[in-house]
Design a binder for this molecule. Structure first.
Ligand code: URA
Ligand code: SF4
Length: 217
């Protein structure tokens, strides 16, 4: 059986922040590039010690070309600040770099979670980012990022809030020394109004552990 196509043919051999950014826009490693405006690279300095891994760009991110600039991004920024995470020490990226959506009628584009095949196809970009970053720690935002690393049995509700090791099954050149999973900020937005504050407080509390661990790292 032929291997499924993935992003590898588009990842530059001479890796640098610039070659990575340029090459990402050319990627046709899965079909998601076809209906998206652009690929959305990570944001932040490659000197950052902490990497945050989301799911995929949303509607706003797809239009603006930057991760976490829509409603979920606002929740994330507030939570990072409240938790005392130094945002200049953070690189934010997504598991999948193109927006997957379906039509909601008219111009509305409804988020569709990426499938396993998209996550796997896009993984070489994450590998490339990690090899440039060599981060001290990683925070996984939600189930897609968690499953990408730990496999499909990963459940963010059970796995969140504790420090874990980088998965052996996923070798990278310089694995982060610790990994912390937490809920995705958009889960706060989707929650019932009376549960929203509790969800948000949980996100902040997890991020506080990341901030403390980073300071001690
Ligand atoms: N949700 C994500 O996972 N990533 C983004 O960039 C925006 C929303
Ligand atoms: Fe390439 Fe990832 Fe976009 Fe698929 S989602 S086309 S693998 S950048």
């Amino acid at each position: 059986m032929a291997a499924r196509p993935d992003a590898r043919p588009w990842v530059p051999e001479e890796l640098s922040p610039d070659t990575l950014r340029d090459a990402l826009q050319q990627c046709e490693g899965c079909e998601l590039f076809q209906d998206a405006t652009q690929a959305v690279p990570g944001r932040g300095t490659f000197d950052a010690r902490l990497v945050l891994l989301g799911e995929q760009p949303g509607d706003q991110e797809d239009k603006q070309g930057q991760p976490f600039v829509g409603p979920a991004g606002r929740v994330l920024v507030d939570a990072l600040d409240e938790a005392g995470v130094d945002r200049t020490d953070v690189y934010v990226t997504n598991t999948v770099k193109h927006f997957r959506w379906k039509s909601g009628g008219g111009k509305r584009r409804l988020h569709q979670s990426p499938g396993r095949a998209h996550v796997e196809a896009c993984r070489p970009w994450l590998d490339a980012e990690l090899s440039l970053l060599r981060p001290v720690g990683a925070v996984l935002l939600g189930g897609t990022a968690g499953k990408a690393l730990y496999g499909t049995t990963f459940r963010v509700g059970e796995a969140r809030g504790v420090l874990r090791e980088w998965p052996e099954k996923y070798p990278v050149a310089a694995p982060p020394g610790w990994v912390l999973a937490t809920i995705h900020p958009s889960a706060v937005l989707r929650a019932e109004p009376d549960e929203r504050q509790t969800m948000y407080d949980g996100l902040v509390s997890d991020l506080r552990l990341a901030a403390e661990t980073l300071r001690a790292s």
